[in-house]
Design a binder for this molecule. Structure first.
Ligand SMILES: *Cc1c(COP(=O)(O)O)cnc(C)c1O
Length: 357
């Protein structure tokens, strides 16, 4: 292994890359990781040196904070390779800022932009062969932070580990999904942690999602915890509705995560002249619009799939199927094509969202 230093980042390279053993045509999302990872430790009130080293297992004492009190947050973002072999990140500083928002709420330290963004760029640069060109290909990037203090005292950790791992990903068209509108369970509550990407938000969703799946739906549309009438998110994605020719999504709040895909789609929609309304929408609005034939599309928005189309929803034991909308007339498809075109550098990025590595 060779040790190099670059901008104060220590780099320890693998002896042999495992890339030759990876079948890039048949990738299962999030199951293969690149040769290297980034690690940085927080101790005595400050972050230490950023280290890039071979991806591999880590060892922690059984009493480590994260195993008991769950101080854990993460981010999800992607890198793309264009036709000139240049590698691009999409709005990475949005993820950095949101990471710190999550950190704040979970009583974890902020991390500086240099360690997060410059460290990330050094890591991707080293593993750039893992970013493949072409439609649907990307490198999924997973920054995360955990409390690493040892001892089972119920209190915030005084030591933390920041880490970034990367996984080559291909987005396939996975078809439209059927969703169930939540009437009992909640993903988030006022005063809670719904707006953060803390790991526990996901753990709490698995059980109600499993129940929905057993009833024949792939995902849950989360409603507000107080009345279960306001439509807030779809699974782990923000959610959009098209009624007539108006695109509607709920405003972000303490309960709704401020998605980078959501805000990018809103800007793209406006630039295409689509009428956009950011307002709270309730189940009855949806049912009324469906009855009048005005409810045309519902879709989720998030980094992993960009846009995930929904074909129908269930509410109080009744299922409502959406009409067929051709790809040419679909807001979901137009917006997805617009966003992916910018990300893959096929459409000019007039918003200044892409950053070259
Ligand atoms: C990550 C996430 C999203 C999507 O955010 P993006 O920045 O678009 O990937 C939406 N909702 C929840 C609950 C999330 O955790």
């Amino acid at each position: 292994m060779s040790l190099e230093s670059n901008n104060g980042i220590s780099i320890q390279k693998v002896e042999t890359s495992k890339i030759a053993s990876v079948d890039f045509e048949n990738l299962k999302f999030g199951s293969v990781f690149t040769d290297h990872m980034l690690v940085c430790h927080y101790k005595d009130g400050k972050w230490g040196q950023v280290e890039i080293k071979p991806y591999g297992p880590m060892s922690f004492a059984p009493s480590t904070n994260v195993f008991h009190y769950g101080q854990a947050i993460f981010e999800g973002m992607k890198a793309y390779k264009d036709a000139n072999e240049d590698v691009w990140l999409f709005r990475p500083r949005e993820n950095w800022a949101r990471f710190n928002k999550s950190a704040e709420r979970m009583a974890m330290p902020h991390i500086d932009e240099e360690r997060f963004v410059d460290g990330l760029k050094a890591l991707i640069n080293l593993d750039r062969d893992w970013v493949k060109q072409g439609e649907g290909n990307a490198l999924y990037i997973r920054p995360f932070m955990i409390g690493t203090h040892e001892g089972v005292v119920a209190g915030p950790s005084s030591e933390f580990m920041f880490c970034i791992i990367c996984s080559p990903a291909r987005t396939y068209y996975s078809g439209k999904v059927k969703v169930q509108i939540a009437e009992h369970y909640s993903r988030a509550a006022n005063g809670g942690v719904g707006y953060t990407k803390c790991s526990g938000n996901y753990a709490g969703q698995f059980y109600p999602t499993k129940l929905a799946q057993e009833a024949g739906y792939q995902q849950v549309i989360w409603t507000d915890d107080a009345t279960h009438t306001k439509l807030e998110e779809a699974g782990t994605m923000n959610v959009f509705f098209r009624i007539g020719d108006t695109l509607i999504t709920a405003p972000t709040s303490e309960r709704i995560l401020d998605g980078v895909t959501r805000k990018s789609l809103l800007d793209i929609a406006k630039s295409k002249g689509i009428n956009v309304e950011v307002k709270s929408i309730v189940v009855q609005d949806l049912i009324d619009a469906h009855a009048k034939g005005e409810l045309k599309e519902i879709f989720g928005a998030g980094t992993a799939v960009t846009v995930g189309q929904i074909e129908g929803f269930a509410f109080q034991e009744k299922y409502y199927q959406l009409p067929e909308v051709s790809d040419d007339n679909s807001f979901a498809i137009q917006l997805k094509t617009g966003l992916q075109g910018i990300q893959q550098k096929k459409i000019e990025d007039t918003f200044g969202w892409t950053e070259k590595i």
